[in-house]
Ligand binder design. Structure first.
Ligand code: FES
Ligand code: FE
Length: 364
């Protein structure tokens, strides 16, 4: 068997490759921007940047979630500077007061009726494709994207047991990491590093346990086993929360970890789900949002407390970000060369790198 290596250093530092990744991956694939319940009512909105693009994610009068470029059709001005909030009926540009409905139609353009040939119908907001999947909102900036159902076909039915669509956000933590986004996905995709980097995690779940069930293609992952005496990934290893949805049998002792190409990491525990989204800022800088989702009935209990899960993964996340930053620094060295990966314990990073190279046009 030939030895598979890490990617060359340029892939973690070159601005040219980074821009290529943004064009061919982040502006072309389905990117998770958040949860549908962040905008429960018409007019609710939040802003999410994808690379250099700013998107307004809102809900129109009919109740449909929508994604619009945060760009006025008059002179291009940012329509919305707030990170989140609620529009009152319409979206108004702060420059010359052009005004749009929540479904993107231009309905106000002061004095422009004096201009021959001007028709408001010609200037709706630029929209982006948006789909809801398992309660997550996915946006695709390609005007003619691959249908989400096709792109996510390998994941079909995989998460039904956890009722992911019905879960609610209990906690969100944002991280600012000085590492390339691919290092973070590669790190998530293997537990070869767990004994040394995550001593607390290693006590709850052996890095040699479990099996992967998605080992090639854009989406990758599988499960690891929670040790006999433990129940979930928490500070104590125990949980007072009941299992989610239809979780039963072997799944009561498993955590499933999936990377959903390109920017989502989904971790399904017996009693909660954790979702990371990665936001590349530059070749060596990534913002990360981590969210903890729980059953709304469990959340309504007076004794509900997500801290045991949040603290455990916040600690583990920081261990990962730190080691990825150390890796990023080392890869800048003049002596760094691609290093050999373990064909079993690091098979998912290999598959992920392959998918990135494929998206960048390195294979036909
Ligand atoms: Fe928006 Fe002029 S730039 S109204
Ligand atoms: Fe880790």
């Amino acid at each position: 068997m030939s030895i598979l290596n890490t990617l060359p250093g340029d892939f973690y530092a070159s601005v040219t490759i980074f821009r290529d990744e943004m064009e061919r991956i982040f502006y072309k694939r389905w990117v998770c921007v958040g949860r549908a319940d962040q905008i429960p009512n018409p007019g609710d909105f939040f802003i999410q940047n994808i690379g250099d693009e700013s998107l307004i994610i809102t809900r129109d009068r009919s109740g449909a979630p929508r994604a619009f470029y945060n760009v006025c059709r008059h002179r291009g001005t940012r329509l919305c500077a707030d990170k989140q909030g609620r529009f009152h009926e319409t979206i108004q540009c702060p420059y010359h007061a052009w005004t749009y409905t929540l479904d993107g139609r231009l309905v106000g353009a002061p004095n422009m009726n004096e201009i021959a040939g001007f028709d408001k119908r010609d200037y709706p907001l630029y929209s982006a494709c948006l789909e809801t999947w398992q309660g997550f909102l996915f946006v695709n900036l390609d005007p003619e994207p691959e249908p989400l159902s096709l792109a996510f076909a390998p994941l079909e039915g995989k998460f039904d047991r956890w009722n992911v669509a019905s879960l609610r956000l209990a906690r969100r933590i944002n991280y600012d990491v000085q590492a390339n986004w691919k290092l973070l996905v590669e790190n998530y995709s293997e537990c070869y590093h767990c004994p040394l980097v995550h001593p607390a995690l290693a006590k709850l779940s052996s890095h040699l346990s479990g099996a992967n069930d998605l080992v090639d293609g854009p989406h990758l992952g599988g499960y690891m086993v929670i040790n006999e005496e433990h129940e979930s990934m928490t500070m104590t290893g125990g949980t007072r929360r009941p299992p989610l949805g239809e979780v039963s049998g072997d799944d009561l002792r498993r955590v499933y970890y999936y990377s959903i190409f390109p920017n989502t990491l989904l971790s399904l525990h017996p009693d909660y789900v954790m979702a990371h989204t990665l936001w590349p800022q530059s070749p060596e800088h990534t913002l990360i949002t981590c969210e903890w989702l729980f059953d709304p009935e469990t959340m309504a209990r007076p004794d509900f407390n997500p801290d045991d899960a949040v603290e455990f993964w916040d600690m583990t996340n920081r261990q990962d970000w730190h080691i990825c930053e150390e890796s990023q620094i080392g890869m800048r060295s003049r002596v760094y060369r691609p290093g050999p990966l373990h064909s079993v314990h690091e098979n998912l990073p290999v598959a992920f790198d392959h998918e990135v190279l494929k998206a960048l046009g390195h294979y036909s």
